[in-house]
Design a protein around this ligand. Structure first.
Ligand code: SF4
Length: 149
C-alpha cells in the first residue's frame, strides 16, 4: 500500500479493541516499556502543561525519537493515574499506535508490526487498511514536523 509516495504493509486479519488495561503505559516483569517521543511531541506536552521538557522526559540521543517519557518508581508512565492517561488528547505517536508499531525495512518499505502482549488482540473489530493509512499518514506528518495530532 502506498501513501504520499511511500510504501507500507500491515498485518492482516488482526482483531483488536483497547481494553483500557494500561499495560502499554507501564513496565512489565518481562520488559521495560520505553515511551519514546518526537521533539515536537515533547515540546507540545510541556507547553500544554506549562512544564519544562526535562521535568517530563529525558534525552535518548536517538533519532527521530529524541526523548523518553519519565516513569514513576513502579515503572508507570508519569501521566498514568489508575488506568487513565492524563494527557490522552496529546499523547505521543507511540501510544496512539499501540499495539502496532512501524519500522522501516532495508528496502525502504515501512512495516506495521503488532505485539501479542496487548490484552485487546483477538477481540473487537477487524483492523483494516483505513486504520493503517490513518496511522501512517499521522506518522509521516509528525516525522516531517507538520502534524501535531
Ligand atoms: S502518555 Fe498516556 S497513553 Fe502514553 S504511556 Fe503515558 S499514560 Fe499511557
Amino acid at each position: 500500500m502506498s501513501l504520499k509516495g511511500k510504501y507500507f504493509d500491515f498485518p492482516k486479519g488482526i482483531l483488536w479493541e483497547c481494553k483500557r488495561c494500561a499495560k502499554c503505559c507501564r513496565d512489565a516483569s518481562y520488559r521495560e516499556r520505553k515511551i519514546l517521543l518526537l521533539p515536537l511531541e515533547a515540546k507540545q506536552i510541556a507547553r500544554t502543561l506549562g512544564f519544562q521538557i526535562e521535568n517530563l522526559c529525558r534525552k535518548t540521543g536517538l533519532q527521530p525519537f529524541t526523548f523518553e517519557m519519565k516513569k514513576d518508581s513502579e515503572g508507570n508512565c508519569i501521566f498514568l493515574k489508575g488506568n487513565e492517561c492524563q494527557i490522552y488528547t496529546i499523547r505521543p505517536l507511540i501510544c496512539r499506535f499501540y499495539p502496532f508499531w512501524l519500522e522501516k525495512r532495508g528496502n525502504g518499505i515501512f512495516s506495521f508490526n503488532v505485539t501479542e502482549e496487548c490484552t485487546g488482540i483477538g477481540l473487537g473489530p477487524l483492523m483494516k487498511d483505513d486504520l493503517f493509512k490513518k496511522l501512517f499518514d499521522m506518522a509521516i506528518g509528525k516525522l516531517n514536523g507538520k502534524r501535531r495530532q
